[in-house]
Design a protein around this ligand. Structure first.
Ligand code: 4AZ
Length: 293
């Protein structure tokens, strides 16, 4: 393949050429690279810490529309970002052309804080996403060109598909630029909270009689007194680490709740292990689209 000026080409061909000329095979670029994933703080932050250390979560991305952050997401390989379906489901093709993914960002203001900003080639949200029940609240964004990994921009690890580990009673970390309190204004810098997961049986008890659609198996709940995710955090990750120094694994996507930090109701997250196959299928579809054009 010639790697000089490609001239005027459609965007999918440019992506293909960029991928091939950057020395990575397309297949490789579309795969979760497990050797490099999961960088983050050395150990799980204590329950009280809320301001993230600048650039300490290199897989964290901000979704921006007209320079305004509205959701979070996480980088899973060099061209894919996992987020919540409800963040992107209402977008028209025109909206998608205005969507920006900011990587290596810490402060919301000034907006020039992100180290890299990408546009989005394809938005795939789950076919069975239901805006009333928030079932299957997952989407995958394909970036216009591959991200070059640096110490401050790198992908998160995913759990094994449908792992038998239910991740109950785990110390987990949720991160985002969302409102620190219900109806509050957004914090300026990336926030992190350490919260505890529970079993789905316990979570169902908490929402019993309040949410009729209930807690599906493909959701996971987490809480900690006074700490919760809130408006603007959606799409961002819920992360675990098996031991200090270990890689960070994304087990959840910030999805929904009733209010924020209400002691009666935990936050609800999309359970990633239920969707690893779906993510892989989207990767294959991208590959197919790119190769067949
Ligand atoms: C939201 O609106 C949202 N407390 C996200 C998470 C929670 C509530 C609301 C969970 O983006």
């Amino acid at each position: 393949m010639k790697c000089s000026n490609p001239g005027v080409l459609p965007v999918y061909l440019l992506l293909l050429i960029t991928l091939q000329c950057s020395g990575v095979s397309v297949n490789h670029a579309l795969k979760n690279d497990n050797r490099r994933c999961g960088s983050g703080p050395y150990k799980t932050p204590s329950f009280g810490e809320t301001n993230a250390v600048k650039n300490s979560w290199p897989s964290m991305v901000a979704l921006l529309m007209y320079n305004r952050q509205f959701c979070g997401g996480s980088l899973i390989d060099s061209i894919h970002v996992v987020t919540a379906a409800h963040c992107v489901v209402s977008f028209s093709a025109r909206n998608i052309s205005k969507l920006r993914v900011a990587l290596g960002m810490h402060s919301l203001r000034p907006v020039k804080d992100p180290q890299v900003t990408k546009t989005v080639l394809r938005v795939a949200y789950h076919n069975d996403f239901n805006a009333e029940t928030f079932y299957n609240d997952i989407a995958l964004l394909t970036l216009d060109s591959p991200v070059v990994f640096t110490p401050t921009i790198s992908p998160i690890c995913l759990p094994p598909n449908d792992s038998s580990d239910q991740h109950a009673y785990r110390k987990t970390v949720a991160i985002g630029w969302g409102a620190p309190t219900e109806n509050g204004t957004q914090a300026n810098v990336l926030q992190q909270i350490t919260i505890l997961t529970m079993t789905n049986a316990e979570c169902r008890n908490r929402f019993d009689g309040v949410v009729t659609s209930g807690i599906a198996d493909h959701m996971i709940c987490a809480s900690y007194p006074g700490k919760d995710t809130c408006t603007g955090d959606s799409g961002g990750p819920l992360l675990v680490q098996d031991m200090p120094g270990a890689k960070w694994i994304q087990i959840g996507i910030i999805s929904w709740g009733i209010g924020c930090a209400d002691p009666d109701f935990p936050g609800v997250y999309t359970r990633i292990s239920s969707f690893v196959d779906w993510i892989e299928k989207q990767n294959q579809l991208d590959l197919h689209i790119l190769m067949s054009k």
